[in-house]
Write a protein that binds this ligand. Structure first.
Ligand code: NAD
Ligand code: GLY
Length: 367
């Protein structure tokens, strides 16, 4: 690993209404007061984390926050996607109300996408809105879920179905925390990194192909580049279409199939990133069958996704079940499923496709 300390990169996300914010990227930021400079005064800070992450990192964050805030407390939620639900959300409200936290409270989401999505949604709702900061601890959260203000809980009938758009004040991505991430979670994060190549930046896809081994080994210089470029692309898209009127949907490449896998198997069975990785294989295959990209391009993506340690063959839920689940997708309109497809290398779009064609893709990509 290449050692580096401090803020190595800063990516701005431009939004109107004074809601622009920075994503700070570097190693050792939890203990770096500079990363917290400029955050507002608050009556208290609640660090929302989980039972896996809090024992490793909550003390370090709390120590830094205590130099700014008189009251700093930690809430450790149960770990896992299956807890990204109403009960999980209520645990945060219980801690806030039970602890007498007022509307000048600042929340810190210290964890992966599950903690980030739950904490962001709690911040959007508590006393009709309190500010929050994202401190993402997984690669997936650093390159995707902590950025852009989508917050949600799952419903048994569909992923992320109940939620709100609510932006954080800042994202502080400390790469040193990735050292303790299990390899399977690194692979899951790589799915969302890879996603940015086909949808927005063909040169980035080639860079990932050349640097995949370094990324899997958590080389710091490689991680800085991957997290920064991913955040730049996401910031650019969200800056143009914060509430997903159109363009932002491209960030969901692979997610329509992927969410069906997650819901169909039961939350937590496959990791979100694994389902997205396999979903991208299926969405690329659909793009080929719609005549948009050559088969060699889909094969190239599939090879990279496999090299990243992700599944490239989907679970056999049956085409009818996939289609039923995908009709619940938020991009569906009037019961018609709309897929993010690759229109040309580095450019994505949204298209409907005949059920029979989609069913054929599912049959050929699952076993
Ligand atoms: P996660 O939050 O479940 O974290 C993965 C696992 O790693 C958990 O067991 C967690 O406790 C553990 N962990 C986290 N940080 C660690 C660390 N530094 N060291 C050791 N273990 C650590 O999963 P995730 O992949 O981060 O996020 C997936 C979630 O994000 C899904 O719910 C998905 O829907 C959501 N998501 C949201 C958006 C968005 O825009 N809001 C985008 C993508 C994904
Ligand atoms: N992860 C998809 C989005 O933020 O829009």
């Amino acid at each position: 690993m290449t050692p580096s300390t401090g803020i190595a990169a800063r990516v701005g996300i431009a939004l109107d209404g004074g809601r622009s914010y920075d994503i700070l990227i570097g190693a050792g930021l939890l203990g770096d007061a500079a990363a917290f400079e400029g955050l507002p005064r608050a009556s208290g800070a609640l660090i929302v984390s989980n039972t896996e992450v809090a024992p490793r990192y909550a003390d370090a964050l709390a120590r830094t926050l205590r130099t700014r805030y008189a009251r700093v407390e930690v809430l450790a939620l149960p770990d896992g996607e299956q807890h990204k639900d109403w009960a999980g959300l209520n645990r945060i409200f219980d801690a806030l109300l039970g602890g007498g936290f007022d509307r000048k409270t600042l929340l810190f989401a210290l964890g992966g996408g599950v903690v980030g999505d739950l904490t962001g949604f709690a911040a959007a709702c508590y006393m009709r809105g309190v500010p929050f900061v994202q401190v993402p601890t997984t690669l997936l959260a650093q390159v995707d879920s902590s950025v852009g203000g989508k917050t949600a809980v799952n419903h048994p009938l569909g992923k992320n179905m109940i939620g709100a758009f609510y932006q954080p004040l800042r994202v502080i991505a400390d790469l040193a925390m990735l050292d303790s991430l299990p390899p399977r979670e690194v692979s899951a994060g790589l799915a969302e990194v890879i996603k940015y190549g086909p949808i927005a930046d063909d040169a980035f896809l080639a860079w990932i192909e050349a640097n995949l081994d370094a990324l899997r080994a958590r080389d710091r210089a490689a991680l800085v580049h991957a997290v920064r470029r991913s955040c730049e692309i996401k910031a650019e898209v969200v800056g143009q279409d914060e509430r997903e009127a159109g363009l932002r949907a491209i960030l969901n490449f692979g997610h329509t199939f992927g969410h069906a896998i997650e819901t169909g198997l039961g939350y937590g069975e496959w990791l979100h990133g694994e389902a997205v990785g396999c979903g991208m294989v299926m969405a690329a295959e659909l793009s080929v069958r719609l005549g948009l990209v050559p088969a060699a391009y889909a094969a190239r993506l599939k090879a990279l996704i496999g090299r990243a340690g992700l599944p490239v063959v989907g679970p056999r839920l049956g085409a009818a079940r996939y289609l039923e689940l995908m009709r619940h997708d938020k991009k569906a309109e009037g019961g018609e499923i709309r897929f993010v497809v690759i229109e040309s290398p580095g450019r994505a779009g949204l298209r409907a496709a005949p059920d029979a064609l989609v069913a054929q893709v599912i049959e050929d990509c699952c076993r």
